[in-house]
Design a protein. Structure first.
Length: 372
């Protein structure tokens, strides 16, 4: 009966009627005459304007025909066209929009699916289309659940990336701190090493000056000059060994050991003691009777006796240097690592114990060894 009624309607409707193409297209579609339905849909599209309900309905049934033809791309395209025209013509039915949302959801495009179905649901809720809400609700529930699941995964991923980024930043900061600290330690080690080299260079320069004066004062004693060069060679060897030792430690990043090694005063003290020991040996080889002749110039109570194991003490070294032509208290103090005032006090106290004229005491010192 219904089919007869529809047939009667189709016969009655004329092409000028808005429902003419719609009824014919729908009838052929439902009768599975898809080719005829598509042909009528083409005519329908030419006889309706975009932005109207008729154009929206035409686009929807065109998408349905493409669905039957299994052409998903064209189906989605005409569903999108239908959805746009539904919104432009204020149709609250919006079957095209939620159908498009369902397809997008099945294709895995959850973001667009959620946007489409949410828009459709807002319109349904606003205009109280209760019948359509029963259709949209299951789709909305499914898409919302999948959207929340995806959002949860995205949030988890973002959280993980933030944690990884934070850890990377912390690691980079720690690495930077370590690098800066090691650079600071390296600079400190290099500074200490430079100071040590400068101190060794000063000591070597003092020995060179002493050698020059010894050569100038007594050229005939070549054997002692040879001894002096042997001392210099030992110092150079020690400096080179020290350099190699520091270099090895720096290569294996033993910065703290280098700092400890170069910061220690022990090496300087040991070298100073060795310097004084060599000085005593060389000087007494030059002037073997110096101590005896020196004490002979003093009163018995003022005479100098070195401690056991010593060849000379500070007082004897002061006047030994004077014998070599080093008269200035500041120069003597620099060599022996004393204050100039202390050297002056040693000289004054010793001259006060002289048997003869104290003012001529140092001139008499310069004569020691000349008769040897």
């Amino acid at each position: 009966m219904a089919r007869k009624y529809l047939d009667s309607v189709n016969i009655t409707l004329k092409p000028v009627n808005k429902l003419y193409y719609q009824r014919r297209c729908i009838t052929n579609f439902h009768n599975a005459n898809y080719q005829d339905a598509m042909q009528i849909n083409d005519e329908w599209m030419l006889n309706c304007k975009q932005g109207t309900q008729s154009y929206a309905t035409m686009a929807y049934y065109r998408s349905e025909i493409y669905r039957v033809y299994n052409n998903k791309d064209m189906q989605k395209y005409w569903l999108a066209v239908a959805s746009i025209n539904e919104l432009q013509s204020a149709m609250m039915n919006q079957v095209a929009l939620w159908n498009l949302a369902e397809i997008m959801n099945n294709d895995g495009d959850i973001d667009h699916a959620f946007s489409y179905v949410e828009c459709s649901w807002q319109n349904i809720s606003q205009f109280s289309t209760h019948k359509r809400s029963w259709v949209v609700t299951p789709i909305l529930t499914q898409i919302s659940q999948e959207y929340r699941t995806k959002l949860g995964k995205v949030n988890s991923t973002v959280t993980w990336l933030l944690c990884a980024t934070l850890l990377s930043i912390i690691f980079l900061l720690l690495s930077l701190i370590i690098v800066l600290r090691e650079r600071k330690l390296t600079n400190a080690a290099q500074h200490s090493l430079k100071i040590t080299y400068e101190e060794l260079a000063i000591l070597n320069k003092r020995l060179s000056n002493l050698n020059t004066r010894l050569v100038d004062s007594n050229r005939v004693k070549d054997q002692y000059i040879t001894n002096f060069f042997h001392i210099c060679s030992e110092y150079i060897e020690k400096m080179d060994n020290y350099r190699l030792k520091i270099n090895r430690k720096l290569k294996v990043n033993q910065i703290k050991e280098v700092i400890n090694l170069t910061s220690s005063e022990q090496m300087k003290e040991d070298e100073r003691k060795m310097l004084l020991k060599h000085f005593d040996k060389v000087f007494l080889n030059l002037y073997p009777n110096f101590v005896e002749e020196f004490n002979a110039m003093l009163k018995p109570e003022a005479r100098i006796t070195p401690k056991r194991g010593e060849q000379m003490n500070t007082t004897l070294r002061i006047f030994a240097l004077i014998r070599l032509g080093i008269n200035g208290s500041s120069n003597i103090a620099e060599f022996l690592n004393y204050a100039p005032n202390s050297i002056y006090a040693y000289r004054a106290r010793t001259k006060n114990g002289a048997i003869k004229d104290r003012d001529d005491f140092e001139n008499q010192i310069m004569k020691i060894g000349l008769t040897v």
